[in-house]
Design a protein around this ligand. Structure first.
Ligand code: GLA
Length: 411
């Protein structure tokens, strides 16, 4: 009776195949299990990117200690493209990248870094360079061949409707999935079509939630456009329930250290922010599990900028394996309080003074569900504050106090 034997053999094969797949999925790390970190070219260089400056930036990322702190991607934004060759393959601008993108990827990989690249779901990108619409499979394969690890996929010059956007992003999501390489997929349509509701389904690992951030604290009443740190934060913080390992709300680049640098972030009122404001951006972005893309000149960083970007105690909140984005539990202007549980059972707490002037505050930890006096650490001062049942103090205007409590809320 060959049939039952065949049946057994078949089920044995299926079982072992199933086992292998299970074992593989247990082994393969989840892409973007924590938010990506690195340096993105747009705010500093605009579309004037080239391999010499990008290599120098990678070298600075290593020399400054940023790579060691967790910044492990170099993201080339718009402006690298040189059109298509006779086989329609996307090519880099030969003047900007005489050695080609693959050589740059090799350079980064040899130094423990990864490469991000940029394209657009339309014939042309935001800055008017070659886009990927109609060439998704070919471009995804090209990126994979070059050793690209991340794609930011923009939505300029594309129709506004949600259905078209979802279809175009799905198309590239499938192309990347079939490219033969793990390439993180960053969806950039500025939150206009509520991507937090569909981006993960089309293969996205992260999605922008707002318009481009400018180098400023907030949009002034007389300004009709140009969002700042507080404006982006107020939108992104409300989307906390959509974030999880492998799927993140992207609150756009850090403007830390730009100090009004002439470039895209300086437009629309982006005249620069203070170190207190930059420190707040970093703390809030870490608490929200946003990707951390530095965009300042890493070759010339002030001590204050490096202290903010290199604060490994803050980075640890952002890279916490539990992946629970902070909840804004108090929004009683001028005070915001964010709470975020951590994998080891600790609780991170951010207290933001939204006001322009200094103000005093007291936060009983009971209000967060934490009973009794608990050990508290100040993550900006790098100091243990001892056991406390509340935090009391004065914060400068726009300042964020960032605490780590050795305790979890009850219940
Ligand atoms: C859009 C994006 C920016 C940047 C530029 C490049 O504005 O939102 O982050 O990528 O395009 O042209």
């Amino acid at each position: 009776m060959p049939k039952p034997v065949f049946k057994h053999w078949c089920s044995a094969l299926l079982l072992s195949l199933h086992g292998t797949l299970l074992a593989q999925s247990a082994l393969a790390p989840l892409p973007a299990s924590t938010p990506p970190m690195g340096w993105m070219s747009w705010n500093l260089l605009g579309d004037q990117v080239n391999e010499r400056d990008l290599k120098a930036m990678a070298d600075a990322m290593i020399a400054s200690g940023m790579r060691k702190a967790g910044y492990d991607h170099l993201f080339i934004d718009d402006g690298w493209q040189g059109g298509r060759d006779e086989t329609k393959q996307l090519i880099a601008d030969p003047k900007k990248f005489p050695s080609g993108i693959k050589a740059l990827a090799d350079y980064l990989h040899a130094r423990g870094l990864k490469l991000g690249i940029y394209s657009d779901a339309a014939p042309l990108t935001c800055a008017g360079y070659m886009g990927s619409l109609g060439f998704e499979d070919q471009d995804a394969k090209t990126f994979a061949d070059w050793g690209v690890d991340f794609l930011k996929y923009d939505y300029c010059n594309a129709p506004p409707g949600t259905a078209t956007a979802v279809a175009r992003y799905r198309r590239m999501g499938e192309a990347l999935a079939n490219s033969g390489r793990t390439i993180l997929y960053s969806i950039c349509e500025w939150g206009d079509r509520q991507p937090w509701k569909w981006a993960a389904e089309v293969g996205g690992h992260l999605w922008r939630t707002t318009a481009d951030i400018r180098d400023k604290w907030k949009k002034l009443p007389q300004e009709s456009s140009g969002v700042g740190i507080l404006d982006v934060y107020d939108i992104n913080v409300e989307l906390q329930s959509y974030a999880a390992p492998g799927r993140w709300n992207d609150a756009d680049m850090l403007v830390v250290g730009l100090r009004g640098h002439a470039g895209p972030a300086a437009l629309l009122g982006g005249a620069g922010a203070s170190d207190i404001e930059y420190q707040s951006q970093f703390a809030l972005w870490a608490m929200m599990h946003s990707p951390l893309y530095a965009s300042n000149d890493l070759r010339r960083m002030s001590a204050a900028t490096l202290r903010i970007l290199g604060n490994t105690e803050v980075i640890a909140l952002n890279q916490d394996p539990l992946g629970k984005a902070a909840v804004r539990v108090i929004h009683a202007p001028p005070w915001d309080v964010l709470v975020k549980p951590l994998a080891n059972g600790d609780t991170a707490v951010a207290i933001l003074n939204r006001a322009d002037q200094a103000a005093a505050y007291s936060l009983p930890f009971e209000a967060l569900g934490i009973q009794g006096a608990v050990p508290v650490r100040d993550l900006h001062a790098h100091k243990d504050l001892g056991r406390m049942a509340q935090w009391r103090g004065t914060l400068a205007g726009h300042e964020t106090k960032l605490l780590r409590l050795r305790a979890a809320p009850r219940g």
